[in-house]
Ligand binder design. Structure first.
Ligand code: ZN
Length: 482
């Protein structure tokens, strides 16, 4: 492996979160009846004129700022000409030499991975093949004209894992700044990859292979790992790699050759005559930059500094913007960062994951979680009872105080009451008592557990342990005196 060097570049297509399409007013809503969101512009009818959706440009600028790109203050749209049934105009309005932004980077695991360019274009229609007969294909033009942003990395990714990490980081940022919903299953985020392998000593890059048809970040990693191995095998045999496009077969977990690229496509790019060059003033860029707000890395750092959270905890809490917003809202009700963070991480996130619920949808409002933590801190309920209350709210949405009252969960710290229970447990479990006397310290843990159980988790465990130890020691001394 060390004899060879892998070089990967990614092309990511992202559908932008606009209400209307790139060059017309049609809706961009996903999942509607085919061909119900169309008009002369996105159907490519002769004479229809495009009008640029400014919101899409704004979202593009946001992305460029968040990925450290240089924004071209003047850019143009071009026609990219090719024929395909999903492209009724026979050209796609895109960008070429003067894209929206160039030369940025993302910090991935401490390494800067360059972004060559970000450009805006329109999506194509969608072909649906009749799999029963294989004789027909249908076209849905609802997708035609949806604003699409292409983000192209420099060939600076050195292995499949890094490619996956880059994509996760990019998606995290795009979700933070709200430019796309990045749902790969619905096609709002798509990724193609270029991979080449060269001998570590070679100066020139190896022959490039393009890999397509990956529908999750994991398949991107797996497809690239498969391709890396396939290409190294070829080079080891002294054969040469064919420049081609290969498709990832998810079922078989292999890549398959699709077509050989004899020469680069001639797309005959030329300026779109129906659109004027675009100019963006520095003031506009400044205004949009201010709207972006805190990015995940900054937020993570702030969580460590302001709340004293560990690097790991901050990472978990800032992985998604919605989770970090939830955390900070809960804090505004009860300012104990560590306890609040702990309750979210150990309990709430697990419940959300199990039930495939998003944190925005949960019935456990941030103030409810804060109040549970406060009750535990004030020793009104035990931490075990606290978790129970959280699960109960998760299911019913009732407020924590009602649950504590109705389920009779108020912690017993009254020593008299606890002593009575302990006395019962000691007489019921004479074996454990003898074990303890014989020096088996784990018997104490068992007895504490029994007391807690009998008290329905309402006894204060610290008090239970203190009293138990005192009583047992007294019993041992008594035996020795005899
Ligand atoms: Zn339209």
């Amino acid at each position: 492996m060390s004899d060879f060097q892998t070089i990967i570049g990614l092309e990511v297509h992202v559908e932008l979160l606009t209400e209307s399409k790139m060059f017309c007013c049609c809706s961009t809503k996903f999942g509607k009846q085919p061909n119900t969101q169309v008009c002369p512009v996105c159907l490519g009818l002769p004479g229809a004129l495009p009008v640029v959706n400014e919101k899409a440009i704004e979202l593009g600028i946001k992305t460029a700022v968040a990925t450290n790109c240089k924004i071209n203050q003047e850019f143009i749209f071009v026609r990219k000409s090719y024929f395909y049934p999903d492209l009724p105009k026979n050209f796609q309005i895109s960008q070429y030499r003067e894209p929206l932004a160039v030369n940025g980077y993302l910090d991935v695991n401490g390494k800067k991975i360059g972004i060559a360019r970000i450009h805006l274009e329109e999506d194509t229609g969608k072909l649906l093949h009749d799999e029963k007969t294989g004789n027909w294909s249908y076209i849905d033009f609802n997708r035609s004209g949806i604003p699409l942003m292409e983000i192209v990395t420099k060939p600076e990714i050195s292995n499949p894992e890094e490619a996956e990490d880059f994509l996760r980081k990019l998606k995290q940022i795009l979700l933070y700044i709200g430019v796309s919903d990045c749902i790969m299953e619905e096609g709002s985020l798509r990724c193609d990859a270029n991979i080449s392998i060269k001998k570590a000593t070679d100066l020139q890059l190896g022959t490039k292979v393009e890999v397509k048809n990956m529908n999750s970040f994991r398949s991107v990693r797996r497809a690239l790992a498969f391709e890396q191995e396939r290409m190294i095998e070829i080079l080891k045999k002294g054969e040469s790699i064919v420049q081609e496009t290969r498709l990832w077969n998810e079922q078989m977990q292999v890549t398959e050759g699709m077509r050989t690229k004899e020469e680069a496509h001639d797309y005959r790019y030329f300026p779109e005559p129906d659109l004027l060059p675009f100019r963006i003033s520095p003031e506009t860029i400044k205004r949009i930059s201010l709207e972006i707000g805190e990015l995940p890395d900054e937020r993570k750092k702030r969580f460590q500094q302001d709340y004293g959270l560990s690097s790991y905890d901050s990472e978990v809490l800032t992985a998604e913007k919605s989770v970090s917003d939830y955390f900070e809202t809960a804090l505004s009700y009860y300012r104990q960062p560590k306890q609040i963070a702990n309750m979210i991480q150990t309990e709430l996130l697990g419940l959300l994951k199990e039930s495939h619920t998003r944190i925005e949808e949960t019935k456990v409002k941030p103030e409810f979680l804060a109040r549970i933590v406060e009750m535990i801190d004030n020793k009104i309920i035990s931490s075990t009872a606290g978790k129970m209350v959280l699960r109960e709210i998760f299911a019913s949405g009732m407020d924590p105080e009602t649950i504590v009252r109705e389920k009779n969960l108020i912690q017993i710290s009254d020593t008299q009451e606890i002593e009575t229970i302990i006395q019962e447990i000691l007489s019921e479990h004479s074996q454990a008592v003898s074990d303890y006397k014989a020096g088996k310290m784990q018997a104490l843990g068992f007895l504490v557990g029994q007391v807690m159980k009998k008290s329905k988790n309402k006894a204060n465990p610290t008090v239970v342990k203190q009293i138990l130890e005192k009583k047992l020691t007294a019993m041992i001394n008594k035996t020795e005196e005899k």
